[in-house]
Design a protein around this ligand. Structure first.
Ligand SMILES: [Zn+2]
Ligand SMILES: [Zn+2]
Length: 97
């Protein structure tokens, strides 16, 4: 027996299921019924699982809550001029009524 290196690689002839990159080697034997991804896509998949989510877009504002007067610096939507803006707490309170 001879040592091929720290990790055995399997020679394959596949395409990445996501980006189509040709894959010629894998660190595992492909089962055939599961999609195979290239290194880059594998890493991207892992990042997504780990909770690297795209952040919800926030708008920087400088307004006062029409209910309690709290200073509001960020909103999840673009405020319309002339309309009342409520802080989160007042917004939820209003919704309950
Ligand atoms: Zn890929
Ligand atoms: Zn308020």
């Amino acid at each position: 027996m001879y040592n091929q290196g720290p990790r055995q690689m399997f020679d394959v002839d596949l395409s990445c299921a996501k980006c189509g990159t040709h894959i010629s080697q894998l660190p595992f034997q492909p089962s055939g019924d599961r999609p195979v991804f290239c290194q880059d896509c594998n890493r991207a998949n892992r990042d997504q699982r780990d909770g690297v989510r795209p952040q919800k877009r926030m708008f920087d504002v400088d307004v006062k809550c029409a209910g309690c007067g709290t200073h509001i610096t960020q909103l999840p939507f673009e405020p319309k001029a002339g309309s009342d803006i409520f802080c989160r707490e007042c917004y939820l309170k209003n919704k309950d009524n």
